[in-house]
Design a protein around this ligand. Structure first.
Ligand SMILES: [Zn+2]
Length: 64
């Protein structure tokens, strides 16, 4: 177990910062860096960057 405690975002109880999910309410911890959702945010940001570039392409390069 970790030596740092944080408060669960959902139930507010003290949990170790390296656990995958809260032992009290079962919510996924946002403090631990391991886990199945670790790569979700970078892909989400890349999706939005691509969408913005696509919109810029439409605005500046298409004839009006
Ligand atoms: Zn909790």
């Amino acid at each position: 177990m970790g030596d740092t405690e944080v408060n669960c975002l959902y139930c507010g109880k003290k949990i170790d910062n390296d656990v995958a999910e809260c032992p009290h309410c079962g919510a996924v911890s946002h403090f631990q860096t391991r886990g199945y959702r670790a790569g979700a945010r970078p892909r989400f940001i890349l999706f939005w960057i691509g969408l913005v570039l696509f919109c810029l392409f439409l605005v500046f390069w298409l004839p009006r």
